[in-house]
Design a binder for this molecule. Structure first.
Ligand SMILES: NC(=O)c1ccc[n+]([C@@H]2O[C@H](COP(=O)([O-])OP(=O)(O)OC[C@H]3O[C@@H](n4cnc5c(N)ncnc54)[C@H](OP(=O)(O)O)[C@@H]3O)[C@@H](O)[C@H]2O)c1
Length: 271
C-alpha cells in the first residue's frame, strides 16, 4: 500500500481528487481539513483516513503528523490543496489583513506541511505536489491581486523547493488549474458584489467587469479532468515539473500581448 497526505481534502476539488486516488486501490489517503462534518463524510470512503489539519497551526500539524505516524512511517506523496481566495482592491478595505491571511494559508501552510512531513517523504522515496493556479503564471488581472500574489509565491516556492530536493531525488511538481466551479469561486462573486457596494473609486469599472468575470468563472470544467492530471503527477515514474489543466482561453490570449497592450485592453473595457 502507498500513502499520500492530502491537504484541502474537504474542498470541492480536494474531495474529487481524494476519491480518484483512493479509487486506484493501491493508495491510502490521509485526507486533511478542518471542517469536521466533511472530514466525517470523507472517512466513509474506503482507503481514506480523515485527519484534522489546520495548515496555519503548528500544533495541529504536529497532531496530524502523529495520526499519520500511527499508520505509517513513510509517505509516497504529500499533496497540498488547502487554499482560499479573497477578492479585494489593493487600496481599499481590509486588503492588508486579507493578504496576510491568504499568504498564511496558501503559501506558508504549504511550507509548514512540507517541512513537517519531509522526512516521511524522503524515507518513502516520495514526491511533493503543490496546487498553484493559472493565476500563478498568467499576467495579473485587476482586483485579483492578493490571490495572484499568493499563487506567484507558490510558484516561486515550488520551483525553489524542486531545485533543492532534486539533489535528494525527490520530485516536486506543481498543478496549474484553470477555473472550476467550487465554494472558492462562489465566494469570489460574493466578495465582488461586496466590493462594488463599498468602493469609492471603482464602481464603474467593477460593474462593467462583472459579466466578464461571470463568464470566466462560470466555465463548468469537469473536476475529474483535474483529478486525472493529479493522478498522472502522482504516479508517473518521472513526473513533469508542472501540469496545466483547463486553462482559460480568453485569459490565455492576453499572454500573447505585451504588458502595455494588456493594460490598454483592460482600460478600454470601461470606456
Ligand atoms: N476552484 C478553482 O477554480 C481553482 C482554480 C485554480 C486553483 N485552485 C486551487 O485549488 C485548491 C482547492 O480549491 P477549491 O476550489 O477546491 O476550494 P474550496 O472548495 O473552497 O476548498 C478549500 C480547501 O482549503 C481548505 N482550507 C482552507 N483553510 C484551511 C486551513 N487553515 N487549514 C487547512 N485547510 C484549509 C478547506 O478546508 P476546511 O474547510 O476543512 O478548512 C478546503 O478543504 C486551492 O489551493 C485553490 O487555490 C482552485
Amino acid at each position: 500500500m502507498k500513502y499520500v497526505l492530502f491537504t484541502g481534502a474537504t474542498g470541492d476539488l480536494g474531495r474529487c481528487c481524494v476519491e480518484a486516488i483512493a479509487g486506484l486501490g493501491d493508495w491510502t489517503v490521509f485526507a486533511g481539513g478542518t471542517n469536521e462534518e466533511k472530514l466525517h463524510t470523507l472517512g466513509e470512503l474506503e482507503r481514506v483516513i480523515p485527519v484534522r489539519l489546520d495548515v496555519t497551526d503548528e500544533e495541529s500539524i504536529n497532531e496530524a503528523y502523529e495520526t499519520v505516524r500511527r499508520h505509517t512511517y513513510r509517505l509516497q506523496a504529500v499533496v497540498n490543496f488547502a487554499g482560499i481566495h479573497t477578492f479585494t482592491s489593493m487600496v481599499e478595505g481590509n486588503c492588508v489583513e486579507e493578504i496576510e491571511k491568504m499568504l498564511n494559508i496558501n503559501v506558508l501552510g504549504m511550507v509548514r506541511v512540507n517541512k513537517r512531513f519531509f522526512e516521511m517523504v524522503r524515507i518513502g522515496r516520495g514526491r511533493i505536489i503543490n496546487c498553484s493556479s493559472e493565476s500563478g503564471w498568467m499576467t495579473p488581472q485587476p482586483f485579483n491581486g492578493p490571490y495572484t500574489m499568493t499563487k506567484y509565491a507558490v510558484e516561486a516556492y515550488n520551483d525553489s523547493l524542486r531545485r533543492e530536493l532534486m539533489y535528494l531525488d525527490i520530485p516536486v511538481v506543481k498543478l496549474q488549474p484553470g477555473s472550476f466551479k467550487t465554494q472558492l469561486t462562489e465566494k469570489i462573486f460574493r466578495d465582488f458584489d461586496q466590493v462594488i457596494q463599498t468602493t469609492n473609486y471603482f464602481k464603474k469599472v467593477l460593474t462593467t467587469m462583472r459579466p466578464m468575470m461571470t463568464m470566466e468563472l462560470g466555465l463548468d470544467h469537469d473536476p475529474n479532468k483535474l483529478a486525472k492530471k493529479l493522478i498522472r503527477a502522482l504516479t508517473a515514474k518521472t513526473p513533469l515539473t508542472k501540469y496545466k489543466v483547463c486553462t482559460g482561453k480568453l485569459l490565455m490570449t492576453l499572454e500573447l500581448l505585451p504588458d502595455k497592450a494588456v493594460d490598454l485592453a483592460y482600460k478600454l473595457l470601461v470606456n
